[in-house]
Unconditional design. Structure first.
Length: 58
């Protein structure tokens, strides 16, 4: 969603798109920066894991 709406997307839209309530979103991510960092870290972890798996098969 951030790719289409961007960093300034309303957090209510983020919650609705994720299928969670705003309360749940704020419970896990107290602010926008926390959410952005979690998404970035998760994406980085997926890329690293993918590279490691490719390296193991080589």
């Amino acid at each position: 969603m951030s790719a289409t709406v961007g960093y300034d997307a309303p957090l209510s839209l983020v919650a609705r798109t994720a299928g969670v309530g705003q309360g749940g979103l704020y419970r896990h991510f107290p602010d926008r920066l926390g959410l952005v960092l979690a998404v970035f870290n998760d994406g980085a972890a997926v890329r690293v894991w993918s590279l490691l798996r490719r390296g193991m098969r080589a």
